[in-house]
Design a protein around this ligand. Structure first.
Ligand code: RNT
Ligand code: ZN
Length: 413
């Protein structure tokens, strides 16, 4: 079946394929820079990753400088269809080899990223980095009982927020800044309330400074547990849901941050009813919050369908959050991001009007029957066309480019 025939096939179910493609082409996917170097950053590329998150694997050739990371990203981006953004962490500063502390970072340390992004028409998102640092060694940052530790991280987050606003102004578009702190206890806490009170106080201090929401929007991310913080997470999911709603912030839903039988696809509609915008960290937890490369699985499609069914393309910021050090890192970027794009297209092609009609009339038989049929609709031809109009390879041919780049550049590092 060619593209036209596929379009006719979908049209029988009330789906306008050309319109679906136009729609998806406008949805940005924020690609996490940290897949490119195992979350190390450039403060100290040999430093340890802490905070209860982990990259496993030792695939050779990870990027160790901003130039290398950008070159790698350029290759990946040339193989991924659709609109892309880059999601930076504060540790990805470009300080010309100079050592700059977390509380000394300045907007100028991100100027090279800004001009690079401008040239490519990429948006930027941002994150303070509250881990992999001696001051987070106790496992506590913004909720630490030690005032000096709290103040240190408040200052780092404030600076990060200023940098994000500066980036937004330079690019002339909004940056979404995500706050995640690793704070928790290995063992049963004696004072949960106190820790959460301290976190609240610190966050309120960070967000007390007025910021132009045209250029920066703040999002807060909770989780269940991290390695070394198995018994208690200060910023749990319900904590941040309440905090985001009460402070008018975005809530970040990371696919790996809930109990294994919970899915963020089910939570998007709830969040959309009580807050104007949310941020997603699309990830793939395997047995734990393992941050595997995103695959085209049921949950990924369900996440995309929930966004599209709710017509929430403009309210849900899509960020990716995975880091796999056991495979070619450029390929990991391409696989994960192509899958996100693929899921969005798949969702835009869902005959959702018909499905909703069946549901409302109580015809659950037809709803199930159609949902199952959709799985074998001629999706692949539409996907190929989507890649073609985006000017990227429509098939596995992209892997040749990655392999050639590996031989020529990555393997030589
Ligand atoms: C950690 C959070 C957080 C990080 C990144 C690096 O569990 O998911 O979003 O993965 O900020
Ligand atoms: Zn995350």
């Amino acid at each position: 079946m060619d593209y036209r025939q596929s379009a006719e096939y979908y049209a029988r179910y009330g789906v306008d394929v050309d319109a679906a493609i136009e729609r998806v082409l406008k949805i940005p996917v924020s690609v996490n820079c940290w897949q490119g170097d195992d979350v190390r950053g450039f403060e100290d590329p040999d430093g340890e990753l802490t905070g209860g998150i982990q990259t496993t694997g030792n695939y050779p050739g990870r990027a160790r400088t901003p130039e290398q990371l950008r070159a790698d990203f350029d290759v990946a981006a040339s193989l991924i269809p659709g609109k892309k953004r880059i999601n930076l962490h504060a540790i990805y500063l470009d300080a010309d080899g100079e050592r700059v502390g977390r509380c000394d970072i300045l907007p100028k340390h991100f100027d090279s990223w800004i001009s690079w992004a401008k040239e490519r028409g990429l948006g930027i998102d941002f994150n303070p980095t509250c881990f992999s640092h001696p001051m987070s060694g106790s496992g506590l940052t913004l909720s630490s009982p030690d005032r000096a530790v709290r103040e240190f991280w408040v200052e780092h987050c404030r600076r990060s927020r200023d940098i994000a606003e500066y980036i937004g102004k330079q690019l002339g578009e909004t940056v979404v800044t995500n706050y995640w702190v690793p704070d928790g206890y290995k063992d049963t806490p004696a004072d949960r309330l106190g820790a959460r009170e301290r976190l609240t106080e610190s966050l309120d201090e960070i967000f007390s400074r007025p910021v132009d929401k045209k250029y920066n929007k703040d999002a807060v991310e909770g989780k269940v547990f991290g390695i070394g913080a198995e018994s208690f997470t200060v910023g749990s999911n319900d904590y941040y849901l309440a905090y985001a709603v009460s402070r008018g912030l975005l809530w970040t839903l990371d696919a790996g941050h809930f109990h294994p039988t919970e899915f963020i696809s089910d939570k998007i509609s709830t969040a959309l009813l009580f807050m104007p915008e949310i941020l997603l960290h699309v990830s793939r937890p395997v047995r734990w919050d393992s941050d595997h490369v995103v695959t085209f699985d049921d949950e990924l499609r369900a996440i995309a369908c929930e966004i599209m069914r709710a017509d929430a393309d403009g309210r849900v910021h899509i960020g990716l959050d995975f880091f796999d050090a056991s495979i070619n890192r450029v390929a990991a970027w391409v696989i994960g991001t192509r899958n996100m794009q693929k899921a969005l297209l798949y969702a835009a092609l869902e005959p959702s009007k018909l499905l909703k009609e069946y549901e409302l009339s109580g015809d659950f038989t037809s709803r199930l029957a159609l949902m199952e049929e959709i799985k074998t609709f001629p999706f692949s031809t539409v996907w190929e066309h989507y890649c073609e109009v985006s000017g990227v390879p429509k098939d596995l041919g992209w892997l040749d480019t990655v392999k050639a780049y590996e031989r020529k550049v990555v393997a030589e590092r």
